[in-house]
Design a protein around this ligand. Sequence first.
Ligand code: IVH
Length: 698
Amino acid sequence: MPDQHDLFSERSTSGTQALQPTTFRAHAEHLRSQIRRADIAYYVEAAPIMDDRDYDRIFEELSALEREHPDLVTPDSPTQRVSGEAQKEFRNVQHAQPMLSLQNSYNREDASDFDRRVGELLEGKQHEYWCDLKYDGVAMSLRYVDGVLALGVTRGDGVTGDDITQNIRTLPSVPLRVNPVFVGGVELKNFEVRGEVFMLNDDFVRLNEEREASGEKLYANPRNLTAGTLKLQDPREVMKRPLQLATYFLASDDMALLSQADNMRLLRAMGFPTAQHSRLCPTLNDVFAFIDEWETRRETLSFQTDGAVIKVNSLQQQTELGAVGRFPRWAFAYKYEAKKAQTRLISIFLQIGRTGVATPVAELEPVLLAGSTISRATLHNADYIAELDVRAGDTVIVEKGGDVIPKVSGFVSELRPTESSPFSFPHECPCAHKQALKRYDGEAAYYCEFSGCPSQVRGRLTHWASRNAMDIEGLGEKIVDQFVEEGFLRTIADIYRLHEQRERLLELDRWAAKRVDNLFAAIEASKERPFAKVLFGTGVRFVGEETAKILAEHFGSMERLVEATKDDFVQVFGIGERTATAIAAWFQSAENRQLVHDLAALGLKMHHEGRAIADAVTAVQGKTFVITGTLPTLKRDEAKDLIQRYGGKVAGSVSKKTDFVLAGEEAGSKLEKAQELGVKVITEADLLSMIQPENGGE
Ligand code: IVH
């Protein structure tokens, strides 16, 4: 029975005639619309209509169809979210109409004044307000032409901003093509949307934790991380960061729009995520009720908001009210007080993480901050403390960094005790072994490099058992601490020998037989986790989940990893110099080699399921390529990725050391040079056949 693929393959038309290109085009469009609908359901409506596997299957089918028929690719295809190469700088673009600021205040009287002025200017005409939450993110303007995203521009100075279209396209919630909607019988196709790009609290915490684990500088809050991400020059990097969009503004020259409330409905119908929890407030009292309600409820939101935005609902009234300078007279921002508190800094101590990073932490006199009592706050690193010059005994300001992790953000100079001295960063690890701390060039963090340091031991065990690694239920931080103290656990391998201690475990308080056996079952079950998880779990510095996957896929087995050199790691696409050095160093250590050996003997997975890239390919591995001209299907960047992924190198100019020149159409002087030097010239098809497995493959 012909399946869908047969239907669309040229062979299956029983020899009569190949399917018309229009059929392929229609099928591609059909797949795209299915993906678009699924994206909106998932990202905008938070009500998925498709499971991941079906989604991936449709996506893959579309990708394959587009690969086979490159002329079918449209810029608004969901496969084209990453388009173009990394840019050196962003183009400046003028806004169609300036992006204004908002009058803002922490004061209710100012809000009443705003309402009174609106009433006066409208000469007593009835008016309603639309209340939004004020998203604490990065303002963005998106222009659509013919229903397709044409331009994404930052606010900049309000008059001109940066063209970051390439980056904005990667946000899955930004429609590349909108659903058709009609206003007064006319399709809304050319318009500008404004909104806020932001990051969810949980995503922010997770990304910062990853940075902390790898000794990188932490972002202060989700807004800074969002702003930093949008400025990245490589859209593929942007795509890796989970950014969200909330829209709150729509304008079009093609037709008259009526109200803010209507515009929000239109935006949603087109497939945009709109600001959440907004509502129409007919009177100032309703506005205050909205403000009061969200003053407390904002604690429960998954994103950051620093206030409420009050807007006159009627767009005609908005025009009547106009603007003064940079401020519209039809909108007002009521700001919530930042979540700050003052307290005394008792002392600064070091907390040692699993990879040995030493993070300075402030011990505080307990203080209530945004609904919870805090007695510790991070001071990030030595530079941060030096910059702030906070000292023990100071009265400090504590903030929730992006309202998530409490941090010390300053001190009250008038309250500084007469006798105080700047904090000097300790030279040694606080544990009994007193290992000298080390700081590498270019890194913000100090490290304790003694692997037997008890804090690191605990950290490593906890990390191994954590949800994203081996996911051993019942082996959390407290239990790990207890078991280390009791002498049951020292290395990760000891976890798998814990059953030998059954009798002793049963002697502990609150460890009845059932609990012990549940723990043993959870430990046993963890042996089924894939090789990439094992790698991630071992906790090599700079090796996050993603890098662990890359390593597993590339090398395929622990044996090959153990044998690999730093150079081999650097060759792997996606692994930088610093990470390569850390991985090589980790495998150099006799203790780590022993651990790997023990884990293998204890039955953990030491092989990647599926073919390893390094095993499969030898023709590209270690060879140097120069790319020139326009290739038939691959973009130059894609060809480069492909070569690097399979262990080849890409150079900029042809020399005797060049193994292959990959030439496309209109290849110029590099091709001539290759012919002169007798360097082998290959086509894209040659390259693709080179990455086919030579050794039999699957
Ligand atoms: S309306 C004429 N609505 O706040 C002003 N702005 O201080 C139109 N913002 O640049 C803006 N959430 O980046 C509006 N729900 C919301 C908002 C919001 C956040 C930002 C926006 C603007 C800044 C003004």
